[in-house]
Design a protein around this ligand. Sequence first.
Ligand code: DAH
Length: 329
Amino acid sequence: MKEQIEKIRQSALEEIKNANDEKVLNDARVKYLGKKGELTLILRGMGGLSSEERPVIGSLVNEVRDEIENLIEERKKEFKVAEIKRKLETEKIDVTMPGKKIELGSVHPITQIINDIKEIFIGMGYQIADGPEVEFATYNFDKLNTPPDHPARDIQDTFYITDDIVLRSQTSPVQARVMETQKPPIKIICPGVVYRSDSVDATHSPVFHQIEGLVVDKNISMGDLKGTLEMFAKKCLGEKTQIRFRPHHFPFTEPSAEADVSCFVCGGKGCRVCKEEGWIELLGCGMVHPNVLRNCGIDPEIYSGFAFGMRNRKNSNGEIWNRRYAFII
Ligand code: DAH
C-alpha cells in the first residue's frame, strides 16, 4: 500500500508540475483528492489494515494530500503572477500619445440672440427676470385681463396640467409676478420658453421662446415705449433700422400695437425676406392696461407702464439659420 501511495504521490506531483493552465490543476485535484479520487479511495480502504499499519498509512496519506494541495496552490499563484505580468506588458499606456480631442459644440442661434438682446437691455438699465414654465392659469390669463371666454384659454390652444395650472402660453405672466413682488420703478425683460398646442410645421412649434419686457414708473408714456424699441432695433439690427407701430389688440395693454422694423436685408425697398413689404413684424406691445396694474397691486392713478413681447421665428423652411433672424422673421 505504501508503494501505491508513493506512486500516486509521484504521478500527481508530476502532473501538477507540468500543468500549464488552471484547468489541469483542477482536474488533478478531482483525480487524486476528489470524492472518488485515488488518494480518497485508499483512505476508504484502510478498514482492512491492522491496527499497527493504520496510523502509519493514515499519516502517509495525509502527508501526500497536503503535499498535493500545497503544490496546486503554489502553481495557481504562479499562474496568477504570470497573468498579471502578461497584462502589464500588453496593456501598457503610452503617455506620450496625443490625447483624445474633445469636440466643442457651439452656442445655439436662439441662445446667441437671447444673449445679445439681454446685453442690449442691460445696457439700458433693465434687469433680467424669470418665472415658472408650469404656471397658474390666473397668472397666464386672469391677472393679465384675459377673461375666461378668451380663445387663448381654449384647450385647442393651451396645454392644461389641471383646470387651473397650465404650461405658460406666453412670458407675460412674469409681468404679474414681478409687479406683485417689486415696487416701481420696474424695468425688466424676461426671456423664456412658452408652450402652445400647435402641431409642428415649417413655422410653428408647440415649444418656442419669447422675450417679455415691462417698464412701470410714474409718467411712462407711449413715447418711452417707441423710443425704447427704436433704440433696441438699431442696436440689434443696425443703426439704419426704423420702426413703425400698427394698431392692434392685446387684453393686457391699452392702447396696443404691433411694431415692425424696416427690413434689415433690403433697407425697406422690398425683397424676398420682407415679402416685398419693406417691413418685418417685430413684436406686440402697448401701455399696460390699468386693470393689469390694479390686479397686481399697483395704483394706475399714480403709475403707468409699457410692455412688449417678442417671439422667436423660423424662416419659411422652418430653420433658424441666422441669429439675427431668430427672433424676427
Ligand atoms: N404675450 C403676447 C403673445 O404671446 C405678446 C405680447 C404682446 C406681450 C403685447 C406683451 C405685450 O407684453 O404688451 O403674443
